[in-house]
Design a protein around this ligand. Structure first.
Ligand SMILES: Cc1ncc(COP(=O)(O)O)c(C=O)c1O
Length: 393
């Protein structure tokens, strides 16, 4: 069997999460494990109306093949939103609609990464990106994250010692850590990247989900050679599988070739439905509803950590997004904690799949967006008590 499998896929293990989620799939389990938006905010009625409208108004066209770049009014809408929200001038030619930002990651790997080239990622990083890039067989280099962004000494060191093609970063409410780069760290990061004029991939699916603190400008403002990935998954619905890449036109042209080979274009019908939904509804009000709730849920989780966990445990305090990151005392394994917690019907994701290089075993990711406040309190008490029991042994 093995001889049939390509070198590209052979050495990539099946996502570790599949096994973990099997254990946590039971309905009794309070799961802080998934990366799911809260389904109570899916705009079912708005989507239903948008569906009816596009079918009634333009049925035959919306069911036809379309162009690879994506539905022009949707690209214009996204470009305008960059102008309105970030003050960045973006042309619709600089936007490529993708089948989720996950596809954006794959297309970037396909278009820009050759075997054995160095790709720099954060430590920890988004495991879906590590997996997507791994298919193109790069070497991964890592930069340590601090509470306000990359450790600049560590960044300088890795950039001085390696020729790096691109840096993949999630500067807003990072998955998995919840960390956001400060303006100062953005500036300093840009200075280091300039040494090699490498490409920066700013993956930004959570940027609109800020519930406290001041917004910080996109890395694009600090560093021109940046491609930005965006997504409707966390602000409308992930099942649409709809995201985009914002990049220079010359890059988009090459990415279009990669996308043509992959799927011709992102589902055109759902692009039309998404656009109709966006223009017929107030998306900012909708996002505010989500953000208010996630802010409350995050507060409940942090209050519960302070109440139920031993003081040796460290954790991040995200200003937005869906996750926080916990560091257990040095000698404790998050994997051991996971197995003990699952026996008590509580789940989370141990940190190890989020590292492209050295695996740090005493870290873990906690999701608060998809668990209501009462369950957060119950689940976190169980988890805190389990950590205390393990420390006593
Ligand atoms: C950092 C990051 N990038 C990309 C994705 C993929 O999102 P999408 O649903 O747009 O494919 C996720 C999903 O959770 C994510 O956390």
């Amino acid at each position: 069997m093995e001889r049939y499998i390509s070198k590209r896929i052979k050495n990539i293990p099946k996502s570790f999460l599949t096994d973990i989620f099997k254990l946590a799939a039971d309905e009794k389990v309070i799961s802080f494990g998934g990366g799911l938006p809260n389904p109570k905010f899916f705009p079912i009625k708005g989507i239903q109306n948008a569906c009816n409208k596009v079918l009634e108004d333009d049925g035959a066209n919306v069911l036809q093949y379309s162009i690879t770049e994506g539905y022009l009014p949707l690209r214009e809408y996204i470009a305008k939103r960059y102008k309105d929200k970030e003050g960045i001038d973006v042309s619709s030619d600089e936007i490529l609609i993708t089948s989720g930002s996950q596809q954006g990651l794959d297309l970037i790997g396909k278009t820009f990464v050759n075997e054995e080239e160095n790709v720099l990622v954060e430590k920890p990083s988004y495991l879906g990106a590590i997996e997507a890039f791994s298919v193109y067989q790069p070497n991964f280099c890592e930069v340590v994250l601090e509470d306000d962004g990359p450790n600049i000494d560590s960044l300088n060191e890795v950039v001085d010692e390696n020729k790096i093609k691109l840096f993949y970063a999630i500067p807003n409410f990072q998955n998995p850590s919840g960390i956001t780069y400060s303006a100062e760290k953005r500036q300093k990061t840009a200075e280091v990247l300039r040494k090699q004029n490498m490409i920066l991939i700013e993956d930004n699916p959570y940027g609109e989900l800020r519930f406290m603190g001041e917004p910080v400008p996109s890395m694009k403002k600090y560093y021109d050679n940046t491609m930005v990935l965006g997504s409707f998954s966390k602000i409308v619905s992930p099942s649409f599988r709809m995201g985009w890449i914002y990049a220079k036109k010359e890059f988009i042209e090459k990415l279009v070739v990669a996308k043509q080979a992959a799927d011709f274009h992102t589902n055109y019908f759902t692009q039309r439905v998404m656009y109709q939904y966006l223009i017929d509804n107030n998306i900012d009000d909708h996002i505010k509803t989500i953000v208010d709730s996630y802010g409350e849920q995050r507060k409940t989780m942090i209050d519960a950590i302070e109440k139920y966990f031993p003081k040796e445990v460290e954790f991040t305090r995200p200003e937005g997004g869906m996750f926080l990151w916990m560091t257990l005392p040095n000698n404790m394994s998050a994997m051991d904690l996971f197995y003990k917690a699952v026996e008590k019907n509580v789940a989370f994701v141990p940190g190890i799949p989020f590292y492209a290089g050295e695996k740090i075993e005493n870290t873990l990711r906690l999701n608060y967006s998809n668990v209501d406040s009462e369950m957060i309190n119950t689940g976190m008490k169980i988890l805190g008590d389990t950590v205390k029991e393990m420390m006593e042994k």
